[in-house]
Design a protein around this ligand. Structure first.
Ligand code: IFM
Length: 427
């Protein structure tokens, strides 16, 4: 078969998040969560992949692997370990890391909130606190003032829907509330407002300081491709409710600035468009079975039990590349904003499925681009194995394998396959 050219406008790279790879931070809320035994098999966020100490080696490795863009997090607790106390060492660390990334010709994206926060923020009520938005914005402002000359691509908040659900409905993330629907909505509303204000703030600082390059601000929306098991009224209602509460309240809020029920009403920051790109985190297709239960907001979300093993990741998620088109197309038709695929990947410890997974998802990306969709970034999740939050270090998402006994990095065969795509630009 004739290979297709990967357009130069699409940068290929990878993503990580600070808490998942850095290790060694005793001021982050996930350290306390680990101490409470809430991370799989008693594991700890202290381990990470030792990336904080090894960022130089890791950046060289990423460059060797041909990546053109890299999405990384800055850990709030390393910058502001105590309320109002800023760490020059923390800031200097990220400056060195970003300088090295750029020196290797890799385009960085910085995520400002990726599921974690400083201990003091969590103890003050986290996102349930009235002060949350202001405190987060103060941190954002500090980062952009000090690192904004090195970064054009910004992601304000990663997956607010997953964060709110796992922290306040499923109880898997701190503070571990279960079935706390009111908090789910309250925190979601705060995150929408935080994004809208951060969007304006990042633009303002970069403009006033005359920082070079085009400022691109967005957030990463986890978009599941939802299907219903039937066409009946309850099935349609279940899917509609799920679409609204897991996707639409955030999309409307964070892109259009519009609060819709049950988050509220109106435009708290005025009418406008508050994203310069559509950030899409896509992993799988989910079947919505309508159920009514106070603990589960949305009914039961599951996978087809008859799927063969080849179609499943190590976490039992269905591999369904066509769902990427299913989630991107309606957004592109509605907003026509550049698309950044901020995450796409799988847990696959044997590495038997990863190369085909990337190939098949990128084939969908190229088809969409031929149809006119302006897709500019593809960040594979993840550069290396890491802490899969409450699931610990078991799931292996990395292009690069981490040996947790020695912290040795070993690029998997799929990393070499991806390197060839990045370099030869042919699929
Ligand atoms: O590891 C996570 C990441 O932090 C957010 N998106 C989904 C990934 C895989 O579960």
């Amino acid at each position: 078969m004739m290979k297709k050219k990967i357009p130069a406008s699409l940068l290929l790279g990878s993503a990580t998040a600070a808490t998942q790879v850095e290790g060694g931070d005793v001021n982050v809320n996930w350290y306390d969560w680990s101490l409470k035994g809430k991370v799989g098999r008693g594991e700890s966020s202290l381990t990470g992949a030792d990336h904080y100490a090894r960022f130089r080696e890791d950046t060289e490795m990423m460059a060797e692997l041909g990546h053109q863009c890299y999405r990384m997090g800055v850990e709030w607790s390393r910058i502001e370990p105590e309320r109002g106390v800023w760490s020059p060492e923390g800031m200097a660390h990220y400056r060195s890391e970003l300088e090295l990334i750029r020196a290797r010709g890799i385009v960085p994206m910085v995520t400002l909130h990726h599921f974690s926060c400083p201990r003091w923020f969590q103890e003050a009520g986290g996102w349930m606190s009235r002060e949350a938005v202001g405190l987060f914005l103060r941190f954002c402002g500090k980062i952009v003032e000090e690192l904004g000359d090195l970064v054009c691509d910004w992601c304000t908040i990663n997956e607010p829907n997953v964060f709110a659900n796992d922290s306040y409905m499923d109880g898997k993330y701190p503070p571990g509330h279960e079935g706390d629907m009111l908090s789910y909505f309250k925190v979601s509303r705060r995150m929408v407002i935080a994004h809208l204000r951060a969007y304006k703030l990042i633009h303002k600082i970069r403009r006033e300081k005359n920082f070079p390059g085009e400022t691109m601000v967005g957030y990463a929306q986890h978009l599941a491709f939802f299907v219903s098991p039937g066409k009946g009224l309850f099935c349609r209602l279940g899917k509609g409710l799920m679409e609204r509460l897991f996707h639409k309240i955030y999309l409307k809020g964070m892109i259009e600035g519009k609060l819709i029920f049950p988050l509220g009403a109106g435009y708290p920051e005025g009418k406008g468009i508050f994203c310069d790109y559509l950030g899409v985190n896509y992993y799988s297709r989910h079947i919505i079975t309508p159920t009514v239960s106070p603990a589960r907001l949305f009914g039961t979300v599951g996978f087809d039990p008859d799927l063969p093993k080849e179609k499943l990741t190590d976490l039992g998620w269905e591999i369904y590349p066509e769902g990427l088109a299913g989630v991107i197309t309606p957004l592109w038709e509605k907003y026509a904003l550049p698309v950044y695929i901020t995450e796409n990947g799988l847990a696959d410890s044997s590495d038997e499925k990863r190369a085909a997974f990337i190939r098949d998802h990128l084939a969908v990306v190229l088809r969409l681009m031929e149809e006119g969709v302006d897709i500019r970034r593809y960040y594979y999740w993840s550069l290396m194995d890491n802490l899969e939050w409450n699931d610990g270090y078991g799931p292996r998402f990395g292009l690069v394998e981490i040996d947790y006994d020695t912290m040795e990095r070993r690029p998997r065969p799929s990393a070499l396959y991806y390197r060839a795509l990045c370099r030869e630009r042919l699929l």
